[in-house]
Design a protein around this ligand. Structure first.
Ligand SMILES: Nc1ncnc2c1ncn2[C@@H]1O[C@H](COP(=O)(O)OP(=O)(O)O)[C@@H](O)[C@H]1O
Ligand SMILES: [Mg+2]
Length: 541
């Protein structure tokens, strides 16, 4: 599923610019060269595009082809050792042709599961990536005349690098061809299996497979009795309920939705058929259909048409026992594919036994029959709940903490961020900084009132980090709405090892609540590092 690919690509540009800017800072050449760094980040952009694609499980071929294009461009620019470059370019072209031929014949690999072929694609991608980085560190893409001049003198070194790149690509190409050959057998077998009736090929279903997918209940949850009670009341008395939880970023919508989903009353009604789908990375109705199918354990092959995927999902939900679906941040796909999303929501709302919970930061809602009385837009929690939250994070609060939670008008996310800061410095000092920085930062973020305080809290946390690497990594993490899985992080660590310690940066971000580990309840070994959506939005501004 690739709904986030395009938006991610835009974000990746920013991230690679960040990397390049950080690199420039570190080498001490020009402190204010952020804009220039953007131009120099071309290679990093391609490379990160590839990483994103590998991590997000989106089309591999496209990503590798993009990286190969970048590779060829770099080769084209190297004028210090024409011979070796021409040979490397020939190799790259042969590799690319091989990929295209493969795509023409076996397009199915684009969104398939985790098989040997995917591993081969990954390896091929990583090899191209490694070559790009090797060349980048030789500064072959640099526009600066000094760098280019140095290159002429570093001829030998560059020739060796190019030779090594050629070799790596050659090995990758051979390995890839071999895997394709081996996979052909498996493909034939798979086609054969597809032709069998569904029941004939499926093994026994495990209990995990019957359980719909959801996130765990929030670890901290204070106040909000009224909101939760009202939602539970609607869900218990108006079968099937359609509940919208609306409000600005960081106000606590997701926490409320998850608490409702895990409430004993909802558990008694729907058992394991309670699912939670984050729509943050979904850009279309088709994307939502596929995410919902996955979350409710419906196996829809990637080559199924959008229309029949939709039909299958609706039939599946109609045939299933009663269940509840929570669509978090529904405004994301709604903003990009409004008519289709409204149509899909209308279909979901017409299902006789599926309750619907939707969270959105947009106050307007799609025109479906919402259960009444609708919840009022979510407001900040009480000072009492804010201080309870503070106490869980910092053990105790003083009158400066009270001043701080009031200053941020008890917006839960802002409270959490400030409380995290207060673990490392006295609330009195944070209050002083708040007073001092607040006006500056308000000027910086010319946005609405309450959101302004949230933005200021985020900025205060970023400043308190004193760790540019962590900020850079945060900007990369913010690109991935679904977060990064363990193996994605290892890959990042490998790729960026010369510039960052990714894991250390992530640990720092976690300490300040700027990133968190998302434990999936239904699948215990999947741990994903994520950034809350308001922080992601702030960073991307
Ligand atoms: N009732 C609550 N008690 C304690 N912390 C909360 C509460 N509601 C939200 N938070 C914290 O505030 C932050 C933002 O909450 P979240 O539910 O993600 O907001 P939204 O979905 O509106 O952006 C999270 O760190 C969450 O843990
Ligand atoms: Mg949310």
């Amino acid at each position: 599923m690739s709904p986030s690919y395009e938006t991610d690509a835009v974000g990746l540009g920013r991230a690679s610019a960040t990397i390049a800017a950080a690199h420039t800072r570190r080498t001490g050449t020009d402190k204010h060269a952020f804009e220039n760094a953007k131009a120099a980040a071309g290679i990093a952009l391609e490379a990160l595009n590839l990483v994103a694609a590998l991590g997000e499980n989106v089309p591999y071929l496209g990503a590798i082809a993009t990286a190969l294009t970048a590779f060829k461009r770099v080769m084209d620019e190297v004028d210090a050792c024409k011979e070796g470059c021409r040979a490397a370019m020939k190799d790259a072209e042969a590799f690319e042709n091989l990929l295209y031929e493969f795509q023409a014949e076996w397009g199915y690999v684009e969104s398939n599961g985790k098989d040997a072929l995917h591993q081969a694609f990954r390896d091929a991608g990583n090899s191209v990536l490694a070559c790009l980085y090797a060349l980048q560190s030789a500064k072959v893409d640099s526009q600066r005349w000094r760098d280019r001049l140095k290159l002429v003198f570093k001829r030998d070194e560059l020739q060796a690098t190019t030779r090594e790149c050629r070799l790596r690509m050659k090995i990758a190409k051979e390995r890839f061809s071999m895997t394709v050959a081996m996979d052909t057998n498996r493909l034939v077998h798979r086609i054969h299996r597809h032709l069998q009736p569904v029941g004939a090929v499926r093994g026994p279903t495990s209990t995990l497979e019957t359980s719909w997918r959801r996130r765990a209940a929030p670890a901290m949850f204070f106040g909000r009795e009224a909101e939760v009670d009202q939602a539970i009341d609607l869900i218990s008395h108006q079968h099937p309920a359609r509940v919208a939880i609306l409000g600005s970023g960081g106000i606590g919508k997701t926490s409320i939705a998850l608490s409702v989903l895990h409430h004993p009353g909802v558990l008694a009604l729907y058992g394991d058929r309670r699912c939670f789908v984050s729509c943050e990375a979904i850009a279309s109705a088709d994307g939502l259909i596929r995410a919902l199918s996955e979350a409710t354990n419906l196996n829809v092959e990637s080559d199924t048409s959008a229309e029949s995927a939709r039909h299958r999902l609706l039939s599946h939900l109609t045939a299933s026992e009663a269940g509840v679906i929570c669509l978090d941040n529904m405004e994301t796909p709604w903003n990009t594919d409004m008519v289709a999303i409204e149509g899909l929501l209308a279909d979901l709302a017409s299902l006789p036994s599926t309750a619907l919970i939707v969270t959105s930061r947009v106050m307007d809602t799609p025109l479906i029959e919402w259960s009444t009385p609708a919840l009022e837009p979510i407001m900040p929690f009480s000072v009492k709940a804010a201080l309870q939250t503070w106490d869980v994070i910092c053990k105790r609060h003083d009158h400066h903490a009270v001043k701080l939670v009031n200053a941020v008008e008890c917006v839960p996310l802002a409270v959490v961020l400030l409380a995290r800061l207060a673990r490392f410095e006295p609330a009195r000092d944070i209050w002083r900084r708040w007073e001092k920085d607040h006006t500056d930062l308000i000027h910086l973020h010319d946005v609405g009132h309450r959101l302004n305080n949230l933005a200021v809290s985020i900025e205060l946390s970023l400043r308190a980090l004193h760790d540019q690497d962590a900020v850079d990594i945060l900007s990369i993490l913010s690109i991935f709405p679904y977060g990064l899985k363990e193996d994605d992080i290892s890959r990042f660590e490998d790729i960026l090892e010369h510039r960052y310690s990714v894991r250390r940066a992530i640990a720092t971000l976690q300490r300040y609540s700027l990133a968190y580990i998302d434990d999936h309840e239904w699948y215990l070994d999947v741990r994903v590092v994520r950034v809350l959506s308001p922080i992601r939005h702030h960073i991307s501004q």
